[in-house]
Design a protein around this ligand. Structure first.
Ligand SMILES: Nc1ncnc2c1ncn2[C@@H]1O[C@H](COP(=O)(O)OP(=O)(O)OP(=O)(O)O)[C@@H](O)[C@H]1O
Length: 278
């Protein structure tokens, strides 16, 4: 079992082409994700954000290009070696993708059973319960079925399963879609906390401007079949690409930006020692 990845870029995508029949989704797409960062991935609907994620985790084989994950060539990986890498990432798919006939805890146990069949039933149950709580669910949620959970709780249950194997990489596909603003903000805070405390690298597909402003270290923009820019939002705003300007500088983008500035100002004020007249 290799130790944790210590290189600078746990995900390296180089010159990838993905096509379905005549329809080319990616052409010459490259992206490097830094270790320990939360990278937001944005782009219009159908630009291939999910296809990119699926390529990185080996579910979609590109017709051209190379993808390295945690130092392993995923586009060439076969057999046991492939499985070895798979145990080092966790994925929260759109909608949670929970098994409806299993309880939350049993869902979390699925990857544990697959990758560590030698673990005793008792220990496996204990680990599952720990992950449920780590994901911010009440302990009693462990015995509930997905149908008994709210949308936000389902996402957290999916997250608990993604964290089952103590991954180094966490993939989140639109985690706040369908959540109310309070639920979305809470999920963002949890993602940030997990990145900080567990040292995770997070690949986060989202349309949520608040999430991008709030927790992403950098944002990768997909347009014209490739990643056209990867940078902080502040630097992306300096580019004059029409989609980037419309997305970040449109009415919703500006509102999210102003909200973020208000939060930063309030935080600074609270950090300041109290003075007479404050
Ligand atoms: N298995 C597949 N077979 C055929 N076409 C596919 C397949 N998977 C994805 N596509 C196509 O690839 C394109 C990109 O899809 P993808 O789901 O990655 O977009 P996205 O950027 O994640 O979109 P959204 O923001 O709407 O979720 C779409 O045109 C989609 O129809």
């Amino acid at each position: 079992m290799p130790g944790p990845f210590r290189g600078e870029f746990p995900i390296v995508v180089e010159g990838v082409r993905n096509a379905f029949g005549e329809s080319v989704v990616h052409e010459g797409l490259s992206l490097k994700v830094r270790r320990g960062e939360i990278i937001g991935v944005v782009g219009g609907s159908g630009t291939g954000k999910s296809v990119l994620m699926r390529s990185i985790i080996g579910l979609q084989v590109p017709t051209e290009g190379r993808i390295e994950v945690l130092g392993e060539d995923i586009t060439a990986a076969r057999g046991d070696e492939d499985i070895d890498i798979r145990s080092r990432w966790g994925v929260l798919f759109q909608g949670g993708a929970l098994f409806s006939t299993l309880t939350v805890a049993e869902n979390v146990e699925v990857p544990l059973r697959e990758f560590y069949p030698e673990i005793s039933d008792e220990l496996r149950r204990e680990i599952a319960r720990f992950k449920v709580v780590l994901s911010g669910l009440p302990e009693d949620a462990a015995n509930k079925y997905p149908a008994e959970l709210s949308g936000g709780m389902k996402k957290r249950a999916g997250l608990a399963r993604a964290l089952a194997l103590d991954p180094e990489l966490l993939f989140l596909d639109e985690p706040t879609a369908g959540l109310d603003p309070i639920g979305a903000a809470a999920f963002d805070a949890l993602t940030k906390e997990l990145q900080d405390t567990l040292g995770l690298t997070v690949f986060l597909i989202t349309h949520d401007l608040d999430t991008l402003h709030e927790i992403c270290d950098r944002v990768a923009v997909i347009a014209d079949k490739r990643v056209i820019a990867v940078d902080t939002i502040e630097n992306l705003l300096k580019l004059d690409h029409p989609w980037i300007q419309e997305y970040f500088n449109g009415p919703r983008g500006r509102a999210a930006h102003m909200a973020q500035e208000r939060i930063v100002r309030t935080d600074k004020k609270m950090d300041k020692p109290a003075q007479a007249g404050d």
